[in-house]
Design a protein around this ligand. Structure first.
Ligand code: PXP
Length: 235
């Protein structure tokens, strides 16, 4: 079975909605680890819409499992990563107007540029994963660029239903097999929830699943009962 990386970005989204200090993603990371999470994932976006630089530095000092920093392949983010030295950097495409990461990284044709970035990160003992669509050409390009890992984009599978979802699952399996044959280690994530995760977890060669929105959403709802009772007790 794959391990679980909990993406805590949306704890920061909630904090930024008020511009205050609560809820603190650092505390969420500690609770996720206490519950058994195998890793913590956080995305420092160029627009700093959720995670802030302070969060990433403190997460590095606090996380006792492993820290996976999602980031765009820009010189600013590479500098931050080399300074923070997370266990892993996952390179993702980033557009300011998107709500969340929409597609995989276009690796094909950019191998040279990515190779330099990956080398720099490797020199700082940071593993590098490329977030890619389940597309054999992108996976071959990821292998050429020197990455040790790919994270397969499960969003197409998560958004599909019926036969189309079965077809997307088959694509994920083919992609994981191809990546494994090329010597890449395979993670997966995006859009996974309490209904659609098991089938991805059962695929061969998937080592880690990164899941955020579904876990943070459920945390808010399963915590509602106690939170209301705690407030009532003060009245
Ligand atoms: N993996 C990557 C590369 C992502 O960009 C995201 C979203 O930040 C996730 C996994 C987690 O996706 P979700 O929040 O839909 O579980």
């Amino acid at each position: 079975m794959p391990t679980l990386g909990v993406n805590i970005d949306h704890i920061a989204t909630l904090r930024q909605a008020r511009g205050g200090k609560e809820p603190d993603p650092l505390q969420a990371a500690v609770l996720a680890e206490l519950a058994g999470a195998h890793g913590i994932t956080a995305h420092l976006r160029e627009d700093r819409r959720h995670m802030q630089d302070r969060d990433i530095y403190l997460l590095k000092q606090t996380v006792t499992t492993h820290l996976n920093l999602e980031m765009a392949a820009t010189s600013e983010m590479v500098q931050v990563a080399m300074d923070v030295t997370p266990h892993m950097a996952t390179l993702v495409p980033e557009k300011r107007e998107e709500r969340t990461t929409e597609g995989g990284l276009a690796v094909r044709g950019k191998e040279r540029d990515l190779e330099k970035i990956i080398e720099n990160l490797h020199e700082h003992n940071i593993l590098v994963s490329l977030f890619v669509d389940p597309d054999i050409q992108q996976i071959k390009a990821a292998a050429r660029s020197g990455a040790s890992h790919v994270e397969l984009h499960t969003g197409y599978y998560a958004n599909a239903s019926g036969q189309a979802q079965d077809d997307e699952l088959a694509k994920l399996q083919d992609a994981a097999i191809a990546a494994h044959k090329l010597g890449l280690r395979v993670n997966a994530g995006h859009g996974l929830n309490y209904r659609n995760t098991s089938r991805v977890a059962d695929l061969d060669h998937i080592e880690e699943l990164n899941i955020g929105h579904a876990i943070i959403s459920r945390a808010a709802l399963v915590g509602m009962d106690l939170a209301v009772r705690d407030m009532l007790a003060l009245l």
